[in-house]
Design a protein around this ligand. Structure first.
Ligand code: HSE
Length: 296
């Protein structure tokens, strides 16, 4: 049996729509072994399909198919801490788990880049799947089945406070809210900020983060789908965040804060308790390791 551990991810980071993401220290832990049937169970009560519609199974089967290997079934045990449909990369984590698990069971026919390419091709969001595999802060784009990616060193002075609501928002719905085309000046607005974001997170010029997380490609269209989303972003900044943005397609909100600001989490929790009872605030550090596979 193999155990695959995959981190949560926060894509876009404001300006880096569909191209920038970070891994966070919250994990799905998936055990897989070959079996004569499909046998799927989960340890913590999240809804997961228990048949061939299961995403982890489908991704594992895809690896077997691409390698020309027959698969009669899999035993999969899921222990998933990443909340589903909250913009924290839960489906990317399951996609990566299925691919890496199958790859390990087959003796590692796919190299790291092939895993990155397949995960993005299946999942469609290289800004989630790439940091889920590599860990850290990544820039990634998918073109013709290949992910061009770089894992960028991130300055160590940043912590992430994640505001997670008790309601869901599907990626399909959040993408359907976006316009088909945008104005030239909106494109320039975002590309300048995405470049500033990558440079500032690397060098530690954290005073740039508020401007650098600015965005006019997706967040303005998505806030209407996230009750109190704009209020939480504004409140997070008023509490002293360096920048705050919708995580992935939402609805979670991420605040970047100084590591030295030790009271930020309790201030954020107090704000939620007082004003936004459908939200909770948790601290998640950047995961620097990425997905791991071990035999158990
Ligand atoms: N970049 C994608 C989006 C992430 O914002 O729709 C989806 O998880």
């Amino acid at each position: 049996m193999v155990r695959v551990t995959v981190p949560a991810t926060s894509a876009n980071m404001g300006s880096g729509y569909d191209s920038i993401g970070i891994a966070l220290e919250l994990y799905n832990v998936i055990d897989l072994e070959e079996s004569d049937r499909i046998d799927i169970s989960d340890k913590n009560g999240q809804f997961v399909p228990k048949d061939a519609r299961n995403l982890i199974y489908q991704c594992a089967k895809r690896v077997y198919d691409e390698c020309g290997k027959p698969l009669s079934g899999l035993r999969i045990v899921e222990d998933c801490a990443i909340p589903q449909t909250r913009g924290l990369g839960s489906s990317s984590a399951c996609t990566v788990a299925g691919i890496l698990g199958a790859n390990a069971l087959l003796g590692d026919p796919l190299d790291r880049q092939a895993v990155i390419d397949l995960a993005a091709t299946i999942e469609g969001h290289p800004d989630n799947s790439t940091p889920a595999i590599l860990g850290g802060f990544c820039v990634a784009l998918l073109e013709n089945g290949h992910v061009h990616q770089v894992r960028v060193p991130m300055h160590s002075a940043i912590d992430f406070i994640v505001f997670i609501p008790d309601f869901k928002l599907s990626t399909e719905k959040a993408r359907a809210a976006l316009p088909k085309t945008i104005a030239h000046h909106d494109a320039v607005y975002n590309l300048a900020r995405a470049a500033l974001l990558a440079g500032s997170l690397t060098t530690g010029q954290l005073e740039n983060l508020d401007v650098a997380t600015g965005d006019c490609l997706h967040q303005p269209y998505r806030f209407g789908l996230i009750e109190n989303g704009e209020d939480v972003v504004r409140g997070a900044k008023e509490l002293g965040a360096l920048g705050a943005y919708i995580s992935g397609a939402g609805p979670s909100i991420v605040a970047m804060v100084y590591k030295g600001d030790r009271d930020y989490l309790s201030r954020a929790q107090a704000m939620c308790a007082e004003k936004y009872p459908h939200w909770k605030a948790v601290q998640l550090r950047c995961d620097e390791v990425g997905a791991t596979v071990k035999r158990i």
